[in-house]
Write a new protein. Structure first.
Length: 324
């Protein structure tokens, strides 16, 4: 965002230059900024509705996208607008879905090839790095803003430069320092209902593109069934993220999404066999008042009857529940 814009947008741009700031959510009536302690409202702070609209429409146009009454919301990535700036993911939702006016949510993203590390100080990071290097599949689970995308980006940078990584996303957020990282972006249908390319379609194409690693930016739909089948047919070393509150809930969510995708054609026992055989590790990340952290790392240790076994792992080698 350019500081030459009106005072409100200029102040937002200045706030985002703060290295602690990760998210800004604003409308004409309020602005909230996350500097590592959750969203905190900034007062006094007010931006005119028409200036917000003009600014959002400008970025929609630059990105080659559009919105209309059928889809009064947008999700895109903004390139840096000043030297040393950051990419941002922009989400905006318009009236009448938002009766109080346009609501904008900005998320700071790492620059492509950035070597800066956020998660490297976590005691779990050496464990996770070794898991990735051993070609074992990791599911990164957590709430919005917990750091799933940033942790995925940093772990991808640990992969050998000789490996080919294909990443599937709705919005291009991943940006690892890796020479063979290739993002594939889904596409919504146009105003006439044509041209949609889903993550499931991209995943099927990816399997024909000789990937050493497949990365799924966020599991949220029927692509999960194709992913589980790929994991059980040789495509190990995959990284994927999912919104869930615990490793057990992450498995339940995958189960529900798979059943919705397959309908009655997939027995529950067969699905749980796919889950237990395809996913090796689940890492639960969280955001607390002290910052973002790994709350739990568990190994998927097979099945016992209808129950998928989860074995917690400690990051400390001398503990009773040691890693490895």
């Amino acid at each position: 965002m350019s500081a030459e814009l009106n005072d409100g947008l200029g102040r937002i741009a200045a706030a985002f230059r703060d290295p602690r700031a990760t998210d800004i959510c604003f409308g004409s009536g309020s602005v909230a900024i996350d500097r590592g302690e959750g969203l905190r409202e900034e007062r006094p702070f007010r931006i005119a509705e028409d200036e917000i609209r003009n600014w959002v429409l400008q970025h929609i146009s630059r990105a080659g996208k559009s919105f209309d009454a059928k889809s009064p919301f947008i999700d895109l990535v903004i390139a840096p607008e000043y030297p040393g700036g950051f990419r941002h993911r922009l989400h905006a939702i318009f009236p009448p879905l938002s009766p109080s006016g346009i609501l904008v949510s900005l998320r700071k993203l790492p620059e492509p090839g950035s070597l800066s590390r956020v998660w490297a100080d976590s005691p779990y990071y050496p464990c996770l790095r070794d898991i990735v290097r051993r070609h074992e599949t990791i599911l990164i689970s957590g709430s919005t803003g917990s750091g799933k995308t940033r942790l995925t980006t940093e772990l991808l940078a640990e992969i050998s430069p000789s490996e080919r990584i294909l990443a599937l996303e709705d919005t291009p957020e991943l940006a690892p320092a890796h020479p063979q990282f290739f993002p594939l972006i889904s596409r919504a249908a146009n105003a006439d209902g044509y041209g949609e390319v889903t993550l499931r379609t991209l995943l099927r194409q990816t399997l024909r593109m000789r990937p050493d690693r497949i990365v799924l930016g966020e599991i949220r739909g029927n692509e999960v069934l194709d992913l589980l089948q790929a994991l059980n047919t040789g495509h190990q070393g995959t990284l994927a993220t999912l919104h869930a509150n615990s490793p057990r809930e992450a498995l339940k969510r995958l189960e529900v999404l798979s059943l919705l995708a397959a309908g009655a054609s997939l027995p529950l026992s067969a699905l749980r066999e796919l889950l237990a055989g395809g996913i090796r590790w689940i890492v639960q990340v969280e955001r607390t008042p002290e910052g973002r952290s790994v709350r739990e790392l568990v190994e998927v240790a097979g099945r016992e009857g209808d129950t998928i076994l989860l074995r917690p792992k400690s990051p400390f080698p001398n503990s009773a529940n040691r890693f490895g």
